[in-house]
Write a protein that binds this ligand. Structure first.
Ligand code: NAD
Ligand code: IPM
Ligand code: MN
Length: 356
């Protein structure tokens, strides 16, 4: 029996996770999977109930689970809190405590959505990029950090951008291993024309590349990478980058696929234990309306079954079910256009489950 821990979180989180669990029930039945499901509080929901965005009980349950499925955390209700007490800190604490250093964010365009992208169909059709984002280091976790008062009485905010060789090496290996199974190309994204930390990043990527003679390594500055993602995104196979650049570039890549509501992610440790979540956030502007796109979360469940439960067949069944539903013309508001059927979060989840 595999243990799955579900963390619905805030905003649209509970709505989209409900739909993913419907799909899980269906694949359990169809493929005879033995998965137990438990639930825990994270983020704003946990702050409201316990005062802590990552309660000890949640961390305990997370440690003993085989995989985690999350909705999203955060929202205006908690925006006034200081950084260390915010919902987002709960998620960051979970990633760090579980050592989930490898964040895989595949940006794949379903052909049915070519016209939903804001870019021309001939720019995005056939898009299949994997962003490998380092997730437990970099400026997100570097010390010292804070807001201090200078001698002249002015306040100064500061963070520290650090990466050690071992942190760069291990995420580099993840990217090269992934590239080997895909198009054989890695583009490492940095800012080594300005930042020493990424001078080291580039050097270590070169070192890792020597062990993968079959994989081609290219380097790109992050500003150019952002531009190239919009100009000619299909030039990329695997992109590997640090925590903050990866955060920004993956939202950008999401839009190439039609909507941020389409992008799943896996955050893995060295043994493929993982936390799976959509790339998007808690979307407070549409929460509670039943209009959010649940497909990113449903596709995150597919990644969970593939990477953490080694149930590739069930994962493929989910991905094919999503494709069938798109073929049938069903669209949530974010990917809808004239002539297609606009459906609710719930109806989209029902349709995917029915298509399994
Ligand atoms: P967001 O991703 O929540 O929303 C950005 C825009 O995309 C909004 O207009 C939203 O309605 C839309 N959107 C997002 N997901 C959608 C979906 N599934 N279907 C349809 N539309 C969708 O980003 P934001 O507004 O910058 O952040 C809102 C909150 O979420 C903040 O508190 C932020 O910290 C948090 N956040 C959490 C995560 C996470 O939990 N992993 C990720 C990003 C942001
Ligand atoms: C993401 C989110 C998180 C991040 C926030 C909510 C901490 O934006 O998962 O992309 O910046 O990593
Ligand atoms: Mn993000």
């Amino acid at each position: 029996m595999k243990k799955l821990l579900v963390l619905p979180g805030d905003g649209i989180g509970p709505e989209i996770v409900t739909e993913a669990l419907k799909v899980l029930d269906k694949v359990k039945e169809k493929f005879g999977l033995s998965v137990s499901v438990d639930e825990a509080l994270l983020g704003g929901a946990a702050i409201d109930a316990t005062g802590n965005p990552l309660p000890a009980e949640t961390l305990d349950k997370a440690m003993s689970a085989d995989a985690l499925l999350m909705g999203a955390v955060g929202g205006p209700k908690w925006d006034h809190l200081e950084t260390s007490k915010r919902p987002e800190k709960g998620l960051l604490g979970l990633r760090s405590s579980l050592n989930l250093f490898a964040n895989l964010r595949p940006a794949i365009l379903y052909p049915q959505l070519a016209s939903a992208s804001t870019l021309k169909p001939d720019v995005v059709s056939g898009l299949d990029i994997l962003i490998v984002r380092e997730l437990t280091g970099g400026i997100y976790f570097g010390e010292p950090r804070g807001i201090r008062t200078l001698e002249n009485g002015e306040r100064q905010g500061y963070n520290t951008y650090v990466y050690s060789e071992s942190e760069i090496r291990r995420i580099g290996r993840v990217a090269f291993e992934a590239a080997r199974k895909r198009g054989g190309r890695v583009c490492s994204v940095d800012k080594s024309n300005v930042l020493e930390v990424t001078v080291l990043w580039r050097e270590i990527m070169e070192e890792v590349a020597k062990k993968y003679p079959d994989v081609e390594l290219e380097h790109m500055y992050v500003d150019n990478a952002a531009m190239q993602l919009v100009r000619a995104p299909r030039q990329f196979d695997v992109m590997v980058t640090g925590n903050m650049f990866g955060d920004i570039l993956s939202d950008c890549a999401a839009m190439l696929t039609g909507s941020i509501g389409m992008l799943p992610s896996a955050s893995l440790d060295a043994d493929n234990k993982g936390l799976y979540e959509p790339v998007h956030g808690s979307a407070p502007d549409i929460a509670g309306q039943g209009v959010a796109n649940p497909l990113a979360t449903i596709l995150s469940l597919a990644m969970l079954l593939r990477y953490s439960f080694a149930e590739a067949e069930a994962a493929v069944a989910i991905e094919q079910a999503v494709s069938k539903v798109l073929d049938a013309g069903l669209r949530t508001a974010d990917i809808w256009s004239d002539g297609l059927q606009k459906v609710s979060t719930q109806a989209m989840g029902d349709a995917v489950a029915a298509a399994i």
